[in-house]
Design a protein around this ligand. Structure first.
Ligand code: GDP
Length: 389
């Protein structure tokens, strides 16, 4: 699929950057237009693969932002984006988003800019373009505390209500305890970019490629067209893609080899569904599913794909399972990506909502007594001392 990709906020921009890096490393052609939008000038200097003129600073004249971010305040994030809508619209016009199949907006939901400005940007994109607009959102980990959970619970509603599909990534599930925060994010962003680019980049090549079961962007759009929340599973195995001995060996053992390939593919797809999903969920609660098998053409087997499709149909208990190949001549791995669309049983989302409700109550309690507490603190016991003014 041909994609316009927009990162909003710090994490959103880093994820877009990683997507562009992964697609150039693997010779894919997914991100036709890229842009990042932020309220923090310093964060806009972080991406390595986004052209300078595709980095948009908003809110630099806003009293609470002034180019330094919005301090995790989702309402300020939304306000800044609304105030600077003309500038955002102009940036879209300059980029002239055309000939794309869909637009993807990436953001984290736990901060202020991505979670607040993201939905405002999405709203505008929905008005400006006929193509589907998808969200890719990072959910904060439990360990981050109540405020990010509250931001995320509020922003999730806005993202899901305003996108054609929302693909979720759960920091809680992907955190590695023996890494620094920076290393951890770098690794998580790479994992996410690998999944999203392998999935959405299927079927896009420099030169026309004839494949029997080729994945088509309409299959991806069909699977995502549920208005719900999605999760992605992924598994890969390295393959010997050298031309010589292995190829001759395969030709000599063609029949045996084709049943081996089929079993390998079936196993790989099962592994993808049973792996750590971008959002942990119950696969059987999904409405639709899609399998993309990516690797050297010699490794792709129709029989394998068919039996994997059948397995998912039973596992997910839906008849809406599409499957396709994404042949990559020079790939040295065979990868299976499984998109589970409109999953409804996801304990993490419930947990975030509970944490958010508790945080909201605590904030309200603290606000109610704050003035009284300050007055108590600064006045002497018998009220004998007066203020200067
Ligand atoms: P914003 O610029 O105000 O939108 O703020 P951030 O994007 O930094 O949002 C903070 C949230 O994003 C927290 O939940 C962080 O854990 C998470 N976060 C920050 N950077 C990254 C990243 O590179 N990868 C991931 N997966 N999460 C991140």
């Amino acid at each position: 699929m041909k994609l316009g990709v927009i990162g909003v906020g710090n994490a959103g921009s880093k994820i877009v950057d990683k997507m562009v890096e992964f697609e150039s490393l693997t010779n894919r052609k997914l991100c036709r237009h890229v842009m990042v939008i932020n309220t923090a000038r310093t964060d806009l200097t972080k991406p390595d693969h986004i052209p300078e003129d595709r980095r948009i600073l908003i809110g630099d004249t806003h009293q609470k932002a002034k180019g330094h971010g919005v301090g995790g305040d989702v309402d300020v994030g939304a306000e800044v984006a609304k105030n600077d809508m003309d500038e955002i619209r102009r940036a879209f016009d300059d980029v002239d988003i055309h000939e794309v199949d869909a637009i993807l907006v990436c953001a984290s939901l736990g901060g202020g800019t991505g979670s607040g400005a993201g939905p405002v940007v999405i709203n505008e994109l929905q008005k400006m373009y006929d193509e589907p607009v998808y969200g890719l959102g990072v959910l904060p980990g439990k360990y981050e505390g109540g405020r990010p959970a509250l931001n995320a619970a509020r922003s999730l509603q806005s993202f899901v209500n305003n996108t054609d599909n929302f693909i979720a990534f759960d920091n809680d599930a992907w955190r590695s305890k023996d890494q620094t925060v920076g290393e951890g994010y770098e690794g998580m962003n790479r994992e996410l970019a690998t999944r999203i680019v392998t999935l959405l980049g299927a079927g896009e090549y420099d030169e026309p490629t004839i494949a029997e079961n080729a994945m088509d962007s309409s299959d991806i759009i069909r699977t995502l067209d549920t208005d719900g929340i999605s999760s992605i599973g992924y598994a890969s195995t390295s393959v010997d893609n050298s031309d010589g001995f292995m190829k001759r060996f395969r030709e000599d053992h063609e029949i045996e080899d084709s049943s081996n390939s089929a079993a390998k593919i079936n196993g790989l797809v099962r592994r993808a569904v049973n792996s750590r999903l971008t959002l942990p969920c119950e696969p059987s609660s999904a409405d639709r599913a899609l399998i993309v098998l990516s690797g050297p053409p010699s490794e792709l087997s129709r029989k394998g794909l068919e039996s994997a499709r059948e397995w998912i149909e039973n596992e997910v208990d839906t008849v809406e399972v599409l499957a396709g190949d994404d042949p990559r001549e020079n790939a040295n791995a065979l990868s299976a990506v499984v998109l589970l669309s409109n999953v409804t049983q996801t304990p993490r989302i419930e947990a975030i909502q509970e944490q958010a409700v508790a945080a909201q109550e605590k904030i309200a309690e603290q606000e109610a007594v704050r003035e009284e507490e300050i007055a108590d603190l600064i006045t002497d016991k018998d009220g004998k001392i007066d203020p200067v003014i």
